[in-house]
Design a protein around this ligand. Sequence first.
Ligand SMILES: O=C(O)CCC(=O)C(=O)O
Ligand SMILES: [Fe+2]
Length: 279
Amino acid sequence: MSTTSPGQVLSQEEIDRFWKDGYLLIRGVLTKSEARHYAGLIIDMLPRDLRIPDHWWAYDGRFKPFNTPGNETFDSPEFIPLYQNERLYQIMVQLLGSPRLLVGDGSVAITMRNNSVHDGDLSQKLHADVAVPEDVDEFLFTPEEVELGGCYYFTDVAPGGGGIHVVPGGHRIVEEEARAVPCGRQLHDKWRDIPHLKTVEVTGEAGDFVLTHHLMPHAASHNRLAEARVAQFFRYMRDDQPWDSGDRPGDRPADHCFNNLQISAMTSLGRRLLGVDPW
Ligand SMILES: O=C(O)CCC(=O)C(=O)O
Ligand SMILES: [Fe+2]
């Protein structure tokens, strides 16, 4: 099965909109049947007897399977095509301004219907998953520092269906606030809790990818609808990223090795994106 869609890279209007808004819905990165396949793989992680393993996260109807305790990356051979999707890669190259990219994360989430009403739409604090380590005081705000993250929707996500919430233009607000003070990286509990900005829900269809700037404040939301939201998260960075990765959830340790089955599933692009071959 191929995950390469015949679609276009971004138009200039979409590129401009991404830098203005800090997020962009990319439609139809996967076909409907590919999306259904991945939704099935992830839903099948739920144990038949619904005994949710202790090492998974389970909050507000949102289940985050862990591959093994402490490791939330799903990168077995059947998931490898998602990491090396050609169209998504081309889009990341357009936005990041370099063909030499690396990909990481690969965590998944299932958000089931839940009617909890005590805390509004969001099921997480509004936060940003920024590329700069938490113990560093200042952002660089250079092109090399920018990471692009986001998630595949493997199911249709209608309004109220647990779509990711974002703040239109929020990445620019974060930059402005952080530049205005010393130790901007440390604001708002290291940008883990950003209570003052207003969000919108990103709806979409199975096979779409929600692309977000690493400074974008975002949060998971309650799913009020019958259909579960099934998603997988990825982030792309330049190989000249100035910050050492390795201390965030979903980061690959520097000494990580892929096995032969994983490597067999990789294209030559995938081997570079996943750090098996040098750029
Ligand atoms: O599931 C979502 O919509 C967002 C999740 C998220 O931002 C996170 O877990 O850091
Ligand atoms: Fe996040």
